[in-house]
Design a protein around this ligand. Sequence first.
Ligand SMILES: Nc1ncnc2c1ncn2[C@@H]1O[C@H](COP(=O)(O)OP(=O)(O)OP(=O)(O)O)[C@@H](O)[C@H]1O
Length: 193
Amino acid sequence: MGVEIDGLCKAFGGHRVLRSLDLRLADDGIYCLMAPSGTGKTTLLRIMLGLETKDAGTIRGIKPGEIAAMFQENRLCEQLTPVENVALVCPGRASRAAIRSNLELILPADCMEQPVSELSGGMKRRVALARAMNYPGKMILLDEPFTGLDKETKQRVIAYILSMRNRRIVLAATHGEEDAALLGGKKIILGEG
Ligand SMILES: Nc1ncnc2c1ncn2[C@@H]1O[C@H](COP(=O)(O)OP(=O)(O)OP(=O)(O)O)[C@@H](O)[C@H]1O
């Protein structure tokens, strides 16, 4: 069935941000939200996550608790290590060793014992991504997942997303045409029907 969004509206005060948005997201699909800054990408993701109310419209096929998310801000526990941060969202039986080898796909091994507060911006971004990809949700929302990453790291991160998504829907807000192409995502331009 996938996810069906119909007639979604949201305004802040008199400012209409989402105007009767209709979207169809197929099971197994990868989608890139490609609208200019300030056009409501984050607002859409926040409504899907139940973090923002909608004024009108319906969302069928997914519930907020079934969605994994990487936000524009990393929202990590800064005093915990990368492994500890990811362990917080993993089902009970995931071993620390398994989480660690998963993280080593996108992070240097020698940062695993450091608190996140000591990592670089790009490393923190990757911990936040790993946490989203390891959350056992049916769908993955990524808000600007590639900020702060150099080209080579970005390619590794994209390979990681593709291998970890396990046929789940991915909806990524990004400004980069090249990023969308690397991800192989179908482009969704907000406001263009
Ligand atoms: N809580 C809020 N209160 C008032 N206005 C808001 C609120 N959240 C978002 N907005 C406004 O809604 C519009 C859309 O914001 P949103 O963050 O969804 O855009 P975006 O497309 O994700 O932008 P960016 O690409 O810069 O992240 C902006 O004009 C923003 O100022």
